[in-house]
Design a protein around this ligand. Structure first.
Ligand SMILES: N[C@@H](CCC(=O)N[C@@H](CS)C(=O)NCC(=O)O)C(=O)O
Length: 215
């Protein structure tokens, strides 16, 4: 079967696309706009009333939420070893980071990118944005401390949470006063390791060319 993924560059759908590449699945991208200047596509709203991507279609249904899609794909394709199995000692920690990223960290980014969703008045948006920057510092430090000297979030092995980590580092923006990924040496190391994966090179080629090699 061919998976179908609602997709836009620079969005959370990129991480899911990397996972699809890692499991060598047949997939098709359905380009979608997430521009703030245009209303959400009714087709997207019918599948996810929040209007967010990623949305994954598979032969038996539809899934939204990046963390859920990631877990679903890893579990459905266990031969690729992107997630510890049910009885693996690291299963819990894998889920812990996935949920932490999709709830706490992603929410802190949303406060920067969509501040009006977190306050009542336009005047309060600057305060939400400032708080977003503080939260990003606090939360990335938690991740950085947890990684310690390891090369991957799970210690010795690469997994789908490293892809999620990499994706979230690409959302750090100087123009929004976010901390630089360099401020978190351990996070930066895991992101750099993850960037070497052919799947990441393919999906993030434009980002890597622009940000990392300055082309
Ligand atoms: N909790 C959702 C959030 C996804 C999300 O924020 N998607 C953004 C792109 S990165 C989006 O579709 N934004 C369009 C909008 O909010 O209108 C997930 O993890 O899938």
């Amino acid at each position: 079967m061919t998976y179908r993924l609602y997709y836009a560059d620079d969005s959370a759908a990129m991480g899911v696309r990397v996972v699809l590449e890692e499991i060598q699945a047949a997939y098709e991208l359905i380009p979608t706009s997430i521009s703030m200047d245009s209303p959400r596509d009714p087709e997207v709203l019918a599948l996810n009333p929040n209007g967010w991507i990623p949305i994954l279609l598979w032969e038996k249904g539809v899934i939204y939420e990046c963390g859920a899609i990631t877990t679903f794909l890893c579990d459905r394709h266990p031969q690729n070893q992107l997630a510890p199995g049910m009885d693996d000692a690291e299963r819990g920690v894998f889920l812990q980071w996935l949920f932490f990223f999709s709830s706490s960290l992603q929410n802190a980014y949303q406060m920067s990118y969509y501040p009006w969703r977190f306050c009542d008045t336009k005047e309060d948006e600057a305060s939400v944005k400032r708080r977003s920057v503080t939260r990003l510092r606090e939360l990335w430090k938690v991740v950085d401390d947890a990684i310690g000297e390891n090369d991957w979030l799970l210690g010795k092995r690469f997994s789908a949470v490293d892809v999620y980590l990499f994706m979230l580092t690409t959302w750090l923006s100087e123009s929004l006063d976010h901390p630089s990924v360099d401020s978190f040496a351990n996070v930066n190391r895991v992101a750099t390791n993850t960037m070497q994966r052919p799947s990441v090179q393919l999906v993030y080629q434009a980002y890597i060319d622009e940000v990392c090699t300055g082309q």
